[in-house]
Design a protein around this ligand. Structure first.
Ligand SMILES: N=C(N)NCCC[C@H](NC(=O)CCC(=O)O)C(=O)O
Length: 447
């Protein structure tokens, strides 16, 4: 029998080493802001303000903690030796890109943290989690272990939650998590349709693929996740992203499409075979008609979609059943997009309201509102069974704001990453954070 369920959003709390290192080839914003001076404090406060605003509107809002950075255990694995300070200075001298990679605060983009299948879809009726291996980028490939620990700590009851390790970290099984996975459904508690969007087939060299930029997600990875989560054919659809869009800077599907409930909001360049995607989803969406809200290239050119991050918006169901689109501020700075948003609300479709969020610090690294959150659909019992210390409310917001104000710098350059004081500051801050959130010892330096 269908149980009542809610969509909870878990935002990545921006870590104290947020910086611009130009690490993501294929992600236009990351490359164009390389070496800019970042403001970690402002970044974290922008993220917290978004979480507070959405919690205040009645959405279930949670937090995923930042990881330990710079990550000394990874530097040791790469042959750097000595004290932590010596390791940092050796790495800075020999290969500053490696130091930048192990210092990235990239786990803030929790849409890439994991793929999550709600219990209504899975064979054993538990919520299934698989942290993404993020093997396409070195700085992101070191996230999945701690992500897995955090998720296990938050969703620990095995009667309700099942955790899988990340897929093998090899390009053929490149997995970018929920950024390439959208769930469509009637009510959240009903069995839904999980749409896995991949960039490339790894084991078929003749299949279509992007030519300029890498496809980070493979069909082989998507299928493996569906098998692990026990999704039947009736619950899963696999579709290829348009390779031309990847070559234009759409490095994840969530930069060109977002779905919620029975609504799929997407650009006409999103899919290689759009008609097939819509037919496959509709065929599995029992009891609901798929509402396709398609944006044409004439109205919003692909380049504007990429620079505004129109589709990297959160599409949220409000209390009255209507939908809210939470967009980044850049959408109001680009004329075609701003005009389109006004039309979207005026035309009377399922999306009734637009709310703008300032997440500029994250946007400069290619992360919009939707990148910053991981969606977890939970029944009432599952919500009760999870660790509630990570759920946002006014008191936690105040506590975390004070914590950020007390521990974060307001300027960080690439040279600062070798500062041993930064490492100390981060460990000190994170040690306090696991206490605030009640998460236990999830970091290597605490073990
Ligand atoms: N679309 C989603 N869901 N997520 C966006 C991730 C942005 C991230 N940027 C970075 O990792 C840049 C880091 C730097 O260059 O310093 C990435 O490319 O993986």
């Amino acid at each position: 029998m269908t149980q009542h369920a809610t969509e909870a959003n878990f935002d990545g709390l921006v870590g104290p080493t947020h910086n611009y290192a130009g690490l993501s080839w294929g992600n236009v914003a990351s490359k164009s802001n390389v070496s800019a001076v970042s403001n970690p404090k402002e970044a974290a406060l922008q993220g917290l303000a978004k979480m507070k605003a959405l919690a205040g509107r009645g959405f279930v809002q949670g937090i995923l903690p930042p990881h330990e950075r710079p990550h000394i255990p990874t530097l040791r694995k790469l042959g750097f030796t000595g004290s932590d300070g010596e390791i940092l200075s050796q790495a800075a001298k020999e290969n500053p890109v490696i130091l930048a990679a192990v210092s990235s605060a990239s786990c803030m983009w929790t849409a890439n943290a994991a793929t999550v299948s709600p219990s209504a879809d899975t064979h054993d009726h538990r919520v299934h989690f698989t942290p993404a291996n993020l093997g396409a980028k070195f700085h992101r490939s070191i996230e999945h272990e701690v992500t897995g620990r955090a998720l296990k700590s938050m969703f620990s009851d095995e009667a309700y939650f099942a955790h899988h390790p990340a897929l093998p970290s090899i390009s053929q099984f490149g997995d970018e998590g929920a950024a390439n996975h959208t769930r469509l459904c009637c009510a959240y508690g009903d069995p839904g349709v999980e749409l896995f969007v991949y960039g490339q087939q790894a084991f078929d060299e003749s299949a279509p693929a992007p030519k300029r930029f890498p496809a980070r997600q493979t069909l082989e990875a998507s299928r493996a996740i569906a098998r692990l989560h026990g999704l039947s054919d009736a619950r899963a659809v696999f579709a290829q992203q348009n390779p031309d869009a990847i070559d234009a800077g759409v490095f994840h599907n969530d930069v060109i499409a977002v779905g919620n409930g029975n609504v799929l909001f997407y650009h006409d360049m999103a899919f290689l075979d759009e008609a097939q995607v819509l037919a496959d989803v509709q065929a599995r969406l029992k009891g609901a008609e798929l509402q396709a809200v398609k944006v044409s290239s004439d109205e919003v050119p692909l380049a504007d979609a990429v620079s505004s991050y129109l589709f990297n918006s959160q599409l949220l169901t409000q209390k009255d059943g209507s939908m809210l689109l939470a967009v980044p501020g850049e959408c109001r700075e680009i004329e075609s997009v701003s005009r389109y948003l006004d039309k979207l609300v005026a035309q009377g479709g399922p999306i009734k309201a637009v709310e703008v969020f300032d997440v500029k610090q994250s946007m400069r690294n290619g992360g919009g509102p939707a990148c910053l959150r991981l969606r977890v659909v939970l029944t009432d019992d599952e919500l009760k069974a999870m660790h509630d210390g990570v759920l946002m409310n006014d008191a936690l917001y105040e506590r975390l704001t004070t914590w950020v104000e007390g521990h974060y710098r307001d300027e960080l350059s690439q040279d600062d990453l070798a500062d041993p004081m930064l490492l100390d500051e981060c460990r000190h801050a994170l040690d306090e954070l696991t206490g605030i959130l009640g998460l236990g010892s999830i970091y290597d330096f605490q073990r």
